[in-house]
Each structure stands twice: as structure tokens, then as C-alpha cells.
Design a protein around this ligand. Structure first.
Ligand code: ADP
Ligand code: MG
Ligand code: MG
Length: 340
């Protein structure tokens, strides 16, 4: 498998600027304690505020980049490639460094004007508020993907982070259509509740191409709300998503909904039964940071798919990698040498 680049991931490469904050800081910028949003003008002072007045940790972020690193952590060398847009600055160097640690190949487009995107992460207790200024990440275009079409052709699995639906739907659809035409795997992550809520039309353009779609319980409920499903029941929502119209009829769609410490729900197109799988239990005192647990889960799941494992095994690998990642700050996959 070496040198084959089985998996290609697309999304927004970001640097996470993380700090333990308080209610006052959240209020100052009008942020909710547990949320993920795109920064507006009124949020732009947050990042400097964090640097000046709080003890910050800088971590490589961007949901799908976290996922890509996770899949590469498990798989043989040169299995995963990540594409996205960064700036020509020290933050991009930091991302390159983090990717190098697990051997992830990132083929960045470097924007001349915009800085690397950043995500302010404010921790209060067990909550985390994420506020993203996309900057260079917002400059990715389908043309940039076309410049690397050889990598697209090589890969057998495409993973797109839903956050990219705010950036370049044409790039996402180019991958989706290629997957359908070549009977390759197209997997999308819902990423955050605001995606199904405020980017519903963009999301719906991609749904016929989903071979796999992954999200957590709040994202699934947001999908249900924006699609008038009149239910909050996760198995019901998962089943609905699994049975939406599908372009490539050679593959059945699989929907994976994680629920933190609660069992993961799996619905397969056409199947009456919805399955649940328990997570890998971890002691409360072993948890360092749950940021990106879902990203890590998707990484383990993807690694399983690349290896041709059963759905049960893929979920188990996802849960295993998520457990590993929450024992360190951000999903870095560097603090242990654990092997699945
Ligand atoms: P997100 O990070 O997107 O909110 P979840 O919170 O659902 O996603 O977490 C994804 C997966 O990470 C879970 O299915 C589980 O495997 C693992 N995970 C998350 N939190 C915990 C926890 N406290 N203990 C054990 N596993 C966890
Ligand atoms: Mg969660
Ligand atoms: Mg998530």
C-alpha cells in the first residue's frame, strides 16, 4: 500500500489557539460555552486577546486535517494526503510540523495575501467554544484541486469535512462526482450544527453522493430540524439520512452518528435495523481534552475502511483512536506509541 495514497481529505487547515477562559470572556465576544461558529467582525479581537491575556496552547487543527492525521497515524506510510489552503506564515509551518510527526502529506495551496486560518478555542469546564476565522482557508477553489488531480485519481476514498461547505462546494462536488463515476468512496462529516442549519442547501447538494456520512448527536438533530423531520430520535434520523436518494447505486449508504460516551449509531441504506456500538470507555481522570474526539473517530474509521475492514471493526477503530486522542491536548496522536 506504500506510496499509494489510499485516502484524500479536503477541508480547512487551521491553527487552534486554545486557552482556558471564563464566562466574562465568552460574554465579551457573545459566544456560547459549547459551540462552533465562523468569526464575524466583532470576534476578530479574540485571537490577540487570547495571546495577550491568557495562557494559550497552539495546536494543529482543522477538523478533516485532524482526521487525516489520525488515519495516517494508523496506516502504513504515504496512505493519506490532505489538501487545503494556508497562508505563507509561521502558523502554516506549525501545521506542516504537526503533520510531519505522523507522516501526513499535506498538499497546501499557499495564498499570497491571507494568513493561515485560526480557530479560537475557549475552554470553560467541560465545554469548548470554537470561533473560526477562515482567512486563507477560505481561498481554496476547485481549480486548486484540479492542479492535484493526479492525487485524486490515485486515491480510493475521499473524505470531506463539512466545514468546507462554507468555502468551495464546486471542489467538494468535483470529488463527489469523481467518486460516483469511478465507484470510489465519498465520505462527508457534518462537522457542526451550524452546517445543516445555515448551509442546508450546500449540504443537500452533496447528499446524493454520500457513501458514508459521519456526525455527532447535535449535528444529527440539527439536520433533523432543518429538514423538518419532527424527531430528535437519533436512530430515526440516521435511518432517514441513510435512505435519501443516492447517485451511485453500487454502494449502499452508511450513516454513523457518535454520541460522546453513549453508543455509536449506525444506519445502512435499506436495512430495517439500526445498530449501536459501545465506545471505548476511559476514566474521567485520564481525559485531557475532548476537542476533536469526533475528528479522531473519523480518522480511525477511515483507516479501517482503507484496510477493507468490516463496519464493526471500522467503528471500533474510530472509537479506539478517539480514546487515544482525548488523552492529549488536541488530536495530535503523538503522546503514546499505541498501535491498534
Ligand atoms: P464530537 O467530538 O464531534 O463532539 P463525540 O463527542 O460524539 O464527537 O465523540 C466522538 C467519539 O469519541 C465517541 O463516539 C467516542 O468513541 C469518543 N469519545 C468522546 N468522548 C468520549 C469520552 N468521554 N470517553 C470515551 N470516548 C469518548
Ligand atoms: Mg461531543
Ligand atoms: Mg465533531
Amino acid at each position: 500500500m506504500s506510496g499509494q495514497y489510499e485516502i484524500l481529505c479536503l477541508e480547512n487547515p487551521l491553527l487552534d489557539i486554545q486557552a482556558v477562559g471564563d464566562e466574562k470572556l465568552l460574554q465579551k465576544y457573545g459566544l456560547k460555552s459549547n459551540d462552533a461558529i465562523l468569526a464575524e467582525e466583532k470576534h476578530m479581537g479574540l485571537y490577540e486577546d487570547l495571546f495577550q491575556n491568557y495562557k494559550v496552547d497552539l495546536n494543529a487543527g482543522g477538523a478533516a486535517q485532524n482526521t487525516a492525521r489520525g488515519a495516517q497515524y494508523i496506516l502504513p506510510a504515504d496512505s493519506v494526503v490532505f489538501v487545503g489552503c494556508v497562508g505563507k506564515d509561521k502558523y502554516a509551518e506549525k501545521l506542516v510540523e504537526a503533520n510531519k510527526k505522523v507522516g501526513l502529506r499535506a498538499v497546501y495551496r499557499y495564498d499570497e495575501e491571507q494568513p493561515t486560518g485560526r480557530c479560537g478555542v475557549i475552554i470553560t469546564g467541560h465545554d469548548r467554544s470554537m470561533c473560526t476565522d477562515l482567512a486563507a482557508a477560505n481561498c481554496y477553489k476547485v481549480e486548486h484541486l484540479k492542479e492535484n488531480w493526479d492525487l485524486v485519481k490515485q486515491a480510493k476514498i475521499y473524505f470531506v469535512g463539512g466545514y468546507h461547505l462554507t468555502v468551495s462546494v464546486p471542489a467538494i462536488l468535483a470529488l463527489a462526482e469523481e467518486a460516483a463515476a469511478e465507484n470510489k468512496v465519498f465520505m462527508l462529516s457534518l462537522s457542526a450544527p451550524f452546517i445543516p442549519q445555515f448551509f442546508k442547501d450546500q449540504l443537500d447538494q452533496t447528499s446524493p453522493y454520500w457513501d458514508y456520512v459521519v456526525g455527532n448527536e447535535t449535528e444529527a438533530r440539527s439536520f433533523a430540524a432543518s429538514h423538518d423531520l419532527n424527531t430528535e430520535d437519533i436512530p430515526t434520523i440516521a435511518k432517514h439520512m441513510a435512505n435519501l436518494p443516492k447517485k451511485n447505486t453500487q454502494r449502499k449508504r452508511t450513516v454513523i452518528i457518535t454520541q460522546g460516551t453513549e453508543p455509536t449509531v449506525i444506519a445502512v441504506q435499506g436495512d430495517n435495523d439500526v445498530k449501536t456500538f459501545p465506545v471505548h470507555v476511559i476514566g474521567k481522570d485520564e481525559i485531557a481534552d475532548t476537542t476533536g474526539a469526533g475528528d479522531a473517530f473519523a480518522g480511525g474509521f477511515l483507516a479501517g475502511m482503507a484496510k477493507g475492514e468490516s463496519i464493526e471493526k471500522c467503528v471500533d477503530m474510530g472509537s479506539w483512536l478517539a480514546k487515544l486522542s482525548i488523552q492529549e491536548l488536541g488530536p495530535a496522536y503523538v503522546s503514546t506509541s499505541a498501535i491498534y
